[in-house]
Design a protein around this ligand. Structure first.
Ligand SMILES: Nc1ncnc2c1ncn2[C@@H]1O[C@H](COP(=O)(O)OP(=O)(O)OP(=O)(O)O)[C@@H](O)[C@H]1O
Ligand SMILES: [Mg+2]
Length: 348
């Protein structure tokens, strides 16, 4: 063996298929979510018999396969039969009724979108979908700026299942009463993966992403441990990719311990960027930071001056900040001795 054999040549790479470390990548088989996929399939099954379907809200922490599982079910459903039309929309990307409807038109191949209003387009969509049945996935549904789209779908499309996905388990309680009472979704909670499950999932991705024997077991296990601690597969994919990049930068043919350590050191940055807040949420966080430890009602007053939004919207935004560990809500006594929530800013 030559002293320089371990050097990666300029046109060489450690990655066999870097795409398989992509967060959007959908593996052919989705292990450890069989029960949940089966559950979602059960909700859809009545549609195959020409009956009405029901609705479901899937919740759980980030990076645990909610999107992957729902997309998988949709893929299998389409492979099984063309009786039901499957539609998938990410409500973060398409956050208004109009944007969602235009996206649905696109997926349905309806081209005469220009110069039509939202409700006119909705009628066209209903005309197409009411010839069959539809499964509509509204992913990241809590990012919707206009919930009226849910109402449209509920009212205008007859045989359908609405599958909503959200990290916010309280999402339904923030909806308008009219929508809520028609929607009545079943709730399916995804739990985080165990260590062994995390190991197997990442191992599969490692095998398809890298050439053989690129990383020692003990270094790979370090990646699994960190991922398991964070309970988020996406951070494991980040670590694998960043470790590979770090090794390539050193022109090494192997990923070594120092590469994994380097990748882990970048994690906090990745995690901070993962919490995506809209402008209103960012401003609310700033208000809470400025009035740290104030009564929730005082913060609401300032928020309302800026955004003129309802108490319901405010509570929803506060819950999101709390769920993401950015703030803390602690009960305390006000001047009259009543127990009320006080909001505290938390450092990342
Ligand atoms: N069981 C699994 N097998 C293989 N890959 C998985 C599995 N579960 C999750 N993944 C992968 O982990 C990544 C994150 O999963 P996914 O996007 O489904 O998370 P999520 O629960 O929707 O998160 P978020 O709430 O942030 O949207 C994806 O790349 C996905 O393919
Ligand atoms: Mg998702």
């Amino acid at each position: 063996m030559n002293l320089f054999d371990n050097i990666l040549k300029h046109d060489e790479t450690l990655f066999k298929n870097e795409l398989s470390l992509d967060y959007e990548y959908l593996p052919h088989v989705l292990k450890y979510r069989e029960d949940q996929q089966q559950h979602i399939a059960t909700i859809i099954k009545p549609l195959f018999q020409g009956r009405m379907g029901s609705n479901i809200l899937i919740t759980g922490k980030p990076g645990i396969g909610k999107t992957a599982a729902t997309k998988h079910v949709l893929r299998e459903m389409e492979q099984y039969s063309d009786k039901i039309k499957g539609l998938y929309v990410n409500c973060w990307k398409y956050d208004t009724a109009y944007k969602i409807i235009v996206e649905l038109c696109q997926q349905l191949g309806y081209k005469w979108v220009q110069n039509k209003k939202t409700n006119e387009l909705m009628k066209e969509i209903a005309k197409i979908l009411n010839k069959k049945a539809a499964v509509i996935i509204l992913d990241e549904v809590d990012k919707l700026k206009e919930e009226q789209i849910i109402y449209f779908i509920l009212e205008d499309i007859y045989k359908k299942c609405i599958i909503m996905v959200s990290n916010e388990k309280d999402f339904i309680s923030y909806l308008d009463e009219r929508t809520r009472s028609r929607l009545m979704p079943e709730i399916l909670t995804f739990e985080a993966y165990t260590y062994k499950e995390t190991y197997d999932i990442l191992n599969e991705r490692k095998i398809s992403a890298f050439y053989e024997d690129i990383i020692l077991d003990e270094d790979f296990e370090r990646v699994v441990e960190k991922t398991s601690e964070l309970k988020d597969i996406r951070s494991g994919l980040f670590l694998l990719k960043e470790s590979g990049n770090a090794a390539e930068i050193r022109s090494s043919r192997k990923i070594e311990n120092i590469d994994v350590i380097k990748a882990i050191s970048k994690l906090s940055h990745f995690q901070a960027s993962k919490i995506s807040l809209d402008d209103e949420e960012k401003t609310l966080l700033e208000i809470i930071k400025g009035k740290n430890g104030s009564k929730s009602s005082e913060i609401f007053k300032e928020y309302q001056i800026k955004f003129n939004k309802s108490d319901r919207t405010f509570r929803r935004k506060v819950s999101k900040l709390r769920d993401n560990n950015l703030i803390e809500s602690k009960d305390g006594k006000d001047d009259q001795g009543n127990l009320v929530p006080f909001l505290h800013f938390k450092k990342l």
